[in-house]
Write a protein that binds this ligand. Structure first.
Ligand code: XMP
Length: 319
């Protein structure tokens, strides 16, 4: 009968059979899917695998360090950490259109990834953490109405462009099965249970122009919000939660002074697959406490709002 341990052994066997003694490169995003794919492939072929982690400077507080520590130090997986925040934030200067942001990030990502892949030399395969719903979605989208809400998949076309064959060991799995496989492979529970995080990162949680100042404020506010959610034991009930920093400053009063700082919006939704979503019904006590903490702990924010839009008509992200 079927067990995850059996699936793991079978997947390892198939990866070895497909790859032989060729080299494989894998783009790590810090998310669950690419991480589980990388650990599984490393188990199958060891140091024939090199991971490339393109750090676009749009990650959450402490996230880059976490990824590097886990893969390089804990799993001993060869890892290139391309710290490219200067490049990305430079190119994004003055850009406020959401689709231009996505396309700029996607283009730079491919450039950087290709350069580092070339350094490794002679890779024949590209590993991706594609899941079953991704396979289905790309099929139904191509036959469906031609309305693009958001240009999601940032690295589409990469394998053809680089002349690489694909290794996609998670293609038959749903998200919950990937999480179970990750646990089977010994990835920490806290990591496995993390909310999804979009490829363009904090860029699409910073409507309007992106500045280092806003990103810095956003990271701090987001960390406080997620800490609140964890402390109240709500993290696992929520599909995704994050802060968006709004492109507007508002007037406030603190102590006996006037403040003129950014407003932010808290977002939290429940969902099965991200296609539709309901806003999470926090208690007013929770919201009040969280607003107070953010305003007290994060310099640069003096107003907190809660986004009660479901999807549709809203989307989960603000851009
Ligand atoms: P929306 O905002 O479209 O989001 O309701 C649905 C899910 O997709 C994620 N998302 C993205 N993921 N690149 C990604 O890799 C993107 O450009 C992107 N836009 C949205 C979002 O976080 C949510 O989980």
């Amino acid at each position: 009968d079927w067990t995850m341990a059996g699936y793991r052994a079978e997947a390892v066997r198939r990866i070895r059979e497909q790859v032989g003694d060729a080299k494989v490169i894998c783009g790590l995003s810090g998310g669950v899917d690419s991480s589980v794919a990388a650990v599984l492939i490393h188990e199958a072929i060891g140091d024939q695998l090199t991971c490339v982690f393109v750090d676009h400077g749009l990650l959450r507080l402490g996230e880059a360090e976490e990824v590097v520590t886990m893969f390089r130090d804990h799993y001993n997986i060869p890892l290139i950490h391309a710290d490219k925040s200067e490049l990305f934030l430079g190119e994004l200067e003055g850009v406020s259109d959401p689709e231009v942001k996505r396309k700029t990030i996607g283009r730079l990502f491919i450039d950087v990834f290709q350069k580092h892949a070339a350094e490794i030399g002679g890779a024949e395969f590209l590993a991706q953490g594609t899941l079953y719903p991704d396979v289905i979605e790309s099929v139904s989208f191509s036959g469906g109405p031609s309305v693009t809400i958001k240009s999601h998949h940032n690295v589409g076309g990469l394998p053809e462009k680089m002349g690489l064959k694909l290794v996609e060991p998670l293609r038959e799995l749903f998200k919950d099965e990937v999480r179970a496989l990750g646990r089977e492979l010994g990835l920490p529970d806290r990591f496995i249970g993390r909310h999804p995080f979009p490829g363009p990162g904090l860029a699409i949680r910073c409507p309007g122009e992106i500045t280092r100042e806003k990103l810095d404020i956003l990271r701090k506010a987001d960390a406080v919000y997620i800490d609140q959610i964890r402390r109240h034991g709500l993290y696992d009930e929520i599909w995704q939660a994050f802060v968006a920093i709004l492109p507007v400053r508002t007037v406030g009063v603190m102590g006996d002074g006037r403040t003129y700082d950014f407003a932010c919006a808290l977002r939290a939704v429940t969902s099965v697959d991200g296609m539709t979503a309901d806003y999470y019904p926090f208690t007013h006590e929770f919201l009040g406490e969280t607003a107070t903490r953010i305003i007290n702990e994060v310099k640069g924010i003096n107003r907190v709002t809660y986004d009660i839009t479901s999807k549709p008509p809203g989307t989960i992200e603000w851009e």
